[in-house]
Design a protein around this ligand. Structure first.
Ligand SMILES: N=c1c2ncn([C@@H]3O[C@H](COP(=O)(O)OP(=O)(O)OP(=O)(O)O)[C@@H](O)[C@H]3O)c2ncn1[C@@H]1O[C@H](COP(=O)(O)O)[C@@H](O)[C@H]1O
Length: 107
């Protein structure tokens, strides 16, 4: 699945390495720092939720794409990739979410 995101991860890496804020949104946003990128992820997540509840499928897909794009950039800035997320999801395969939650240590 993450192969489909490889071109996006590559262009983000390329922009971070070589682009400037005048010609690249990735470079412009990254130059504002991790907190601003994290804030954008939060905003896009909220917009995705709103679209899920109130908008047509095409709008929801668009907001989800915005969210995944900004999340991919956030991960990259933390030295992580969608492969790391994919590996974590693979690790969880076969474990019921209900069982996992029940097995958590008491807080
Ligand atoms: N997938 C995306 C992508 N999705 C969304 N966006 C941009 O994300 C921005 C956020 O949109 P919003 O309307 O939410 O925000 P805004 O009001 O413009 O932002 P603020 O100023 O309020 O923070 C818009 O400028 C979108 O165009 C993207 N910008 C870039 N990419 C990918 O990144 C590549 C490199 O882009 P550049 O770095 O611009 O060359 C592109 O070729 C695409 O593959």
């Amino acid at each position: 699945m993450t192969d489909r995101f490889a071109p996006l991860e590559q262009v983000i890496a390329d922009r971070l390495a070589a682009a400037d804020a005048g010609s690249s949104y990735v470079a412009k946003l990254a130059a504002k720092g991790l907190p601003k990128v994290a804030q954008k992820v939060g905003e896009e997540a909220v917009e995705t939720v709103i679209a899920a509840l109130q908008e047509a499928d095409d709008k929801l897909v668009g907001e989800a794409a915005d969210l995944l794009f900004h999340l991919t950039l956030l991960l990259r800035l933390r030295g992580l990739s969608l492969d790391d997320v994919s590996a974590e999801l693979a690790r969880r395969e076969g474990t019921s979410g209900l069982e996992e939650k029940a097995a958590r240590p008491a807080e």
